[in-house]
Design a protein around this ligand. Structure first.
Ligand code: C2O
Ligand code: CU
Ligand code: CU
Length: 595
């Protein structure tokens, strides 16, 4: 139950029960209102103005791909046995393209946009003091009809452009088995100078145990109800965990290993960052159900170009977009150059996979090798995408070209990395579902209240899921909506167990009648095994429309000493859809780890 000072917007009093039948166009209908720019004070850009309908047309492939720097340890090292860092979150001025003026954006550690890459060793802890130096008001349109961290104490109906008051922020290490007090719980936020804190706040100095194998993690803001805006403004970065198994594989490294943070943004003619402020109805006058930008941004630049040597490279792909999915391939001279996928979110796959097109939902990562060695000097490759939005069958156009790669640099030395055919990746032993506790979560769009709920429950409804530490559980997400949702769990890396088709309309009808017996009676056909690119540890996975997604995880007690905020009895984590607009509007639930 909630205790302490309540600094979230009250709004959404009771959830009215009727649920409309499955209706695939809903979110598109909601989105279609966005075309017309409304008068909107307080967006990015210095004065009140209109939200751009579309970004300016930009010459493509003219800006070099920026590579985020690696975070450097602090000068003082007060924690024996751990490396200490300090990271300031602040506003900067950032050019998304050569021909655009700088935009007001946010970044970590002095970067104008995004954050440095954090490099950690498996099982070697690091400590980060996160410092909130964000400006006194949110430059993007905060919707106070959502349940939102609201330190300014604004009324639930505050119109678009109302100054938000001090910015609450809380960083989350996505994919890390972090103690609850350092996990970035959405209500553990704080404002500059720690002047105000959410009721889950314990500390602004976070310990990360790195008790994972080599993996592609990332960090981003997670403040309640404004995660989509804080991340959109730039608060995200890569976090690579390394180990000896990885070093033994002979993967491309140093300048030949590059993060690619893929995002989409809407830009103003002046280069400013734009976020729509036209809501779906008076229930949420500002909230947009999915933000799909029309300009691809990789590592902070629109349509960048990367110059490479004719050798193997390791690319760490992160879909850091709010809502857009990508289905990627690399093409040059009308030919595909394979993306050899060696890892997913939580580590290596058991074997190299060469997907036709590589699907990345919001929040997912892929660890990929590309071999440019056979390509003639001057070869030009384009990273292409054909994923419609909302995925998989929405009317929204894919961003067809994301970036270019040119094989233009001379080979600077022998390529000593292991050829892809010779790579032997460590096996991923499957978790055994026998005897596992099972939980089922219905994913339902409630059209009247304009929320997407897990199991009909609001985020602050009493906790219904208590998981015994060190136990194995199977969770199933029953997708009754018309669109795919990337489901993400905190604390654990899971395995995709299987998927199964479902008569979603019949299941929904039963739900409306008040039956809560799970989807068993409405399943169609047998379980479908995950594709090879999912045969590894993951923390985010696609839940397809009209399907049940089953994942399996061992809920290991996180290393270190659990500290709980006053009034909280058990370690609390969240699971949610990683479409940030959905996460910000109730498609997130807490669970407790019982230790
Ligand atoms: Cu990447 Cu709960 O988030
Ligand atoms: Cu996470
Ligand atoms: Cu969703």
């Amino acid at each position: 139950m909630r205790r302490g000072r309540d600094t979230t917007s009250p709004n959404l009093t009771a959830l009215s029960p009727p649920i409309l039948a499955m209706h695939r166009r809903t979110f598109l209908e909601w989105s279609s209102a966005l075309g017309a720019g409304l008068l909107l004070p307080g967006t990015f850009g210095l004065q009140p103005g209109r939200v751009a309908a579309r970004s300016p047309k930009l010459p493509r492939f003219v800006d070099p791909l920026p590579i985020p720097p690696v975070l450097r340890p602090a000068a003082n090292q007060p924690y024996p046995g751990a490396t200490y860092y300090e990271i300031v979150m602040a506003e900067g001025r950032h050019r998304f393209h050569r021909d655009l003026a700088p935009a007001r954006t946010w970044g970590y550690d002095g970067l104008s946009y995004l954050g440095p890459t954090i490099e950690a060793r498996s099982r070697s802890p690091i400590v980060v003091k996160w410092i909130n130096n964000l400006p006194p008001n949110h430059p993007l349109p905060v919707d106070f009809t959502l349940r939102v961290a609201n330190p300014g104490g604004l009324p639930a109906g505050a119109p678009a452009g109302t100054p938000s008051g001090p910015i609450p922020t809380v960083p989350h290490l996505h994919g890390g088995p972090t103690l609850p007090q350092f996990d970035g719980h959405p209500e553990a936020w704080w404002t500059p100078g720690l002047a105000q804190r959410g009721h889950h706040f314990v500390s602004d100095v976070y310990h990360y145990n790195n008790n994972v194998q080599a993996a592609t993690l990332w960090y981003h803001d997670h403040a309640l109800g404004i995660t989509r805006l804080n991340v959109y403004a730039g608060l995200a970065g890569c976090y690579f965990v390394r180990d000896d198994i990885e070093s033994g594989l002979g993967l491309p490294s140093g300048p030949y290993e590059l993060p690619l943070v893929i995002q989409d943004r809407l830009l103003g003619a002046d280069g400013s960052l734009q976020y729509p402020a036209t809501g779906v109805s008076d229930v949420h006058p500002i909230w947009t159900p999915e933000m799909f930008g029309d300009t691809p941004i990789v590592n902070g630049k629109a349509y960048p170009v990367l110059e490479v040597e004719p050798r193997r490279y390791r690319l760490r792909l992160l879909n850091g977009s709010n809502a857009r999915f990508y289905r990627l391939w690399l093409e040059g001279n009308k030919r595909r150059v394979p993306l050899y996928q060696i890892g997913a979110e939580g580590g290596f796959l058991g074997a190299v996979v060469t997907p036709e097109r590589l699907l990345l939902t919001s929040g997912e990562r892929a660890d990929v090798i590309v071999d440019f060695s056979g390509l003639p000097a001057g070869t030009t490759l384009t990273l292409r995408n054909d994923a419609p939005v909302p995925f998989p069958s929405g009317d929204g156009k894919p961003l067809e070209e994301l970036m270019r790669i040119r094989v233009s640099r001379p080979l600077s030395g022998r390529d000593a990395s292991t050829p892809v055919d010779a790579l032997r990746l460590p096996a991923v032993p499957p978790l055994d579902p026998a005897g596992a506790v099972r939980r089922s979560f219905a994913m339902i769009e409630h059209h009247d209240t304009k929320v997407l709920l897990l199991d009909g429950r609001m985020f602050t409804d009493p906790i219904t899921d208590q998981v015994k530490a060190d136990s194995i559980e199977v969770w199933e997400y029953v997708n009754t909506t018309g669109d795919a949702h990337p489901m993400h769990m905190h604390l654990v890396q899971f395995q995709v167990l299987e998927r199964q088709r479902l008569d979603a309309a019949a299941y929904l009808a039963a739900w409306e009648r008040g039956e809560r017996n799970g989807p068993g009676a409405y399943l169609q056909g047998g379980p479908i095994a995950p594709p090879p690119e999912e045969l590894g540890w993951k923390d985010t996975a696609i839940s397809n429309p009209g399907e049940v997604l089953r994942i399996i995880a061992r809920f290991d007690r996180p290393l270190g000493e659990i500290q709980l905020p006053a009034g909280i009895e058990h370690a609390q984590y969240v699971h949610h859809c990683h479409i940030l607009e959905h996460e910000d509007n109730e498609m997130m639930r807490p669970f407790e780890l019982m230790t």
